[in-house]
Ligand binder design. Structure first.
Ligand code: MG
Length: 300
């Protein structure tokens, strides 16, 4: 305890001019020192926008339980879809007489089946942002782990004769280490079918996944789409916040039915929509755009 209330009242009478001067001087110095002290208190790790989300995803039981819940639901929906020949998770791409086609599911990889939080942690600790060069090196290390419930679900689908297609925006260069990482973990590898559909493996396969879903839908009935990003379901993911919301609402009956979403607060198109996915903007401009879209209480 310090400050006026710590001082005995009787002492005031004995205060001399010198003491008053010394006290005023110390007070002045203390006032000057306050910003320095505050700056000193912040000498710890620098702030990083990814800290809280990554802490939640790597360390919390709340995240693990959310993922388990998603894959438990996916199992129930898979069984329902198998029993209903009209059921499809690809309303745009599934055309023609698809009812008798063999069953498949379209599953994203990163933060849907594979936990890459170690890369997120590296970015936070090294004060970095996503970069395809460092990402490729991370993928090559093959240290991603399985998301809770993901492996068991993929194996369940495979055991039911459902082909599991991995529709991922990892690149062609990253296919082999991805395959090795997932094989080591025990994910179904597709047998004699190429089930790893990487971005830009074909000229028409961009980051938007509709063309790859169409490739699967030619030969299979797609029972479920599973992902952590709006783009794993709908090519409208790259729109503005308002456009994304409209596309979400248009498909509201699909969520939790043929479209199963995994939680990912650490990155995704939600994060880039406030600045219209313009990655060239500085981190400060990106952060301001995110703050600007938030609606808040005006305070007390
Ligand atoms: Mg993903």
């Amino acid at each position: 305890m310090s400050g006026p209330e710590a001082r005995a009242p009787g002492n005031k009478r004995e205060e001399t001019m010198t003491m008053r001067f010394v006290r005023a001087l110390s007070l002045g110095l203390a006032v000057l020192a306050t910003p320095l002290a505050a700056a000193h208190a912040q000498d710890g790790p620098p702030p990083h926008d990814g800290l809280l989300a990554t802490l939640w995803m790597q360390r919390s039981v709340e995240y693990k339980a959310s993922c388990l819940a998603a894959f438990t639901l996916a199992r129930i929906r898979l069984d329902q879809a198998l029993a209903d020949a009209k059921w499809t998770a690809a309303p745009v791409e599934q055309t023609g007489a698809y009812e008798s086609l063999p069953p498949a599911i379209v599953v994203d990889v990163d933060e849907t089946l594979l936990d890459n939080s170690a890369y997120q942690v590296w970015m936070i600790k090294a004060d970095q942002t996503f970069d395809s060069k460092t990402w490729t090196k991370f993928v090559s290390a093959q240290i991603s782990t399985a998301i809770p419930g993901a492996l068991e679900f993929a194996q369940y689908a495979d055991a039911k004769g459902v082909k599991v297609f991995y529709v991922t925006n990892r690149s062609g260069e990253e296919e082999e280490p991805t395959r090795q990482n997932m094989a080591k973990l025990g994910f179904p590898m597709g047998g004699n079918v190429d089930t790893f559909l990487m971005a830009r493996e074909r000229p028409e396969w961009g980051s938007a996944k509709g063309t790859r879903r169409a490739h699967v839908a030619k030969d299979y009935r797609i029972l479920l789409s599973i992902g952590d990003n709006f783009g794993d379901f709908d090519d409208a993911y790259r729109g503005s916040e308002a456009e994304r919301l409209a596309a979400y609402e248009k498909n509201v009956a699909r969520w939790g039915r043929e479209w199963i979403m995994l939680p990912n607060p650490s990155y995704g198109s939600f994060d880039t929509a406030p600045y219209m996915h313009d990655f060239k903007q500085s981190r400060a401009v990106q952060r301001k755009a995110k703050l600007d879209v938030l609606q808040g209480w005006q305070g007390p």
